[in-house]
Write a protein that binds this ligand. Sequence first.
Ligand SMILES: Cc1ncc(COP(=O)(O)O)c(C=O)c1O
Length: 381
Amino acid sequence: MGRGGAGRVEIDRAALVHNIREFRRLIGRKRLFLGVVKANAYGHGLVETGRIAAAEGVDWLGVNSAAEGAALREAGVGVPVLVLGYVPLADLEEAVERDLRLTVYNRETVKALASLARRTRRTVRLHVKVETGTWRQGIVPRDLAAFVREARKSPGLVVEGLSSHFANIEDTTRHDYPRLQLDCYRTACRDLEAGGLSVPIKHMSCTASTILFPEPDFNLARVGIGLYGLWPSKETYLSASLEKREPPSLRPVLAWRARVAQVKKAPAGAFVGYGCTYRTTRPTTLAVVPVGYSDGYDRRLSNAAHVLIKGRRAPVRGRVAMDFVMADVTDIPGVRLEDEVTLLGADGRERIAAEDLAALAGTIGYEVLARINPLIPRVVV
Ligand SMILES: Cc1ncc(COP(=O)(O)O)c(C=O)c1O
């Protein structure tokens, strides 16, 4: 049973495999390819996506939380899993039991892990995050050597990786800020090495930098949005074209489909939906679609987006409600109860892209995908 009529999210296996191959081509065989599957694999289904990625040669998976890592393990996914987010001290034990690698940037976390490693006689692999200018997680470079030294002193703790993250690579075609961050990261690596504290796995890349900065000194790339067939931004696409890099060909992986819950005829002059924000100008046939903002269909798409029915565009009329949206099918003859509705993805020659909905809702494709309610069934097709 799904979430009422909120339909299903289809994962196009062939498209996902295609995107994986495109990024493998960019990353090469000598570097590790980490597929970022946090946020329910950007809405695509953590387990479904994780299994396909691991089977198709993605070396590592990246999650946000210990719970996501545990779900992958429960599903039998055995590849190395790196937790990119914050693991509360109370959840560290589960993370260690599940053999998850952890991104660390707090002394308290390292201390707790040291005592867990001693008690459980397990090896815990750490990836220390360096602050290079994003001012999110990370240890400032001047404290890095002491942090790494302390972690390495504890039996059972292995400092396996050194990571950082770009702040401003997707939003612009000017890349001086990421270049500054790169310099900062490289200096931090060199300083550590000079102090006899070299760390084997270095990683800073996301989708945009994997395409734009094929830096030879990183040995792992963390690819998220590109796996799912989206460009991080128009600016990234433009930058790749300007720099004459052969852009990867990316194929969107996700389609969101539901079924018509009612077909009804409204007279000219009828108000549609909450707030009476739309008034019909002619006798109008409406398809009621049982999907709303609680499913992740953004309320800002009210009176703005289209859905696809019978391969044709039907405009959304009135406000998107918590569980319903109405579409105008007056110009699409023969629409019946339970006909298929495509909210996102292709139907025939028409397609609604995540970027289209993002532009209408004033956000980015990442958010449109990541907010599709995880309770809606994911089906691999
Ligand atoms: C730490 C980290 N690495 C990698 C990624 C992947 O970024 P992208 O989806 O742009 O490839 C993310 C995504 O937000 C991230 O937070």
